[in-house]
Ligand binder design. Sequence first.
Ligand code: PLP
Ligand code: COI
Length: 364
Amino acid sequence: MSGNSVQFDYRPNSTPVPVAEREALLASPGFGRVFTDHMAVINYTEGQGWHDARIEARAPIQVDPASAVLHYAQEVFEGMKAYQSGNGAVLFRPDANARRFNGSASRLSMPDLPEALFLESVRRLVDVDRAWVPSQPGGSLYLRPFMFANEVFLGVKPSAEYLYMVIASPVGSYFKGAGGPVSVWISQNDTRAAMGGTGAAKCGGNYAASLRAQAEAIRNGCDQTLFLDATERRWVEELGGMNIFFVFEDGSLSTPPLDGTILPGITRDSLITIARAQGMTVREEAYSIDQWKSDAASGRLRETFACGTAAVVAPIGRVASPEGSFTIGNPEVGGEVTMRLRAALVDIQLGNAPDPYGWVQRVF
Ligand code: PLP
Ligand code: COI
């Protein structure tokens, strides 16, 4: 199957969630616990390539206990959203997700999925499950394309079989609370990624490695973990599931550079573009934890925010570690630049502002 001749078999769910139940679920979906009626599936077999593309009823799958993914974590995924826009739904930069998916796959020795197949699988699923796209403000249909090694073999080598799937989940806000600033915990012992590792790939293993630090963050009353670089434990890298930006008193922005250890966020890239178009200076440069602390104290640093598909743009109001904590700006409300950039991004995503970059793609 090539990307140019995308044939998806459609096998409708014969027992979809009843309308009243779906409406009740959509009223308050939270994040990642409610799922739609269908999923996209494509098989890969060495020698044959991608085959048997289909949209079918979402259901548990059978995986052999010796399936490679269960032992060696050869798995990659994406996170993207469909938004209600006008009477239909749109995707935001899905081509960027398709490219990053293949970048992640390449790092984990997995096969390339033709971009047309990735895009079509996502579009078809959103189209079939269109009744699940939330219409309330702040709601969206979170899409989770993923691929895993499925060869039944315990030898350590790239698998000869893979399963690619897309599931969809109506979501509200990622963070509990009313969208006010979140707090971050600086992991002292655990790092997320080192040079030459898998930090720039969106693979499940990175998140597994982040969980102990994330649990520590929660124990210490913080929302998210912030990781420092693995070599010097000095440079701010990113959060467990978000990139980070700093806003300075002169109106400029900075964000850590894509040096191979952090995920190249599509929200990050979009915000850099939007900020520069608004006339702001944006630097991609290393920023140390000590500098951050002293800039927050002196007032040189005005705001800090996290960004990602799930989190959108979330102001960071407090930074804590075993050595103590410091606050940024007004820890109760998001800073002005943060909220302005968030609004500019969301307005493009929802079709409330012009889309000069061609980022938004209509599904129906
Ligand atoms: N960094 C990590 C580790 C993430 O998991 C995510 C979320 O996908 C991001 C950054 C932000 O990436 P994006 O803006 O493409 O969602
Ligand atoms: C996303 O933003 O899509 C992610 O994958 C991050 C995760 C914390 C949900």
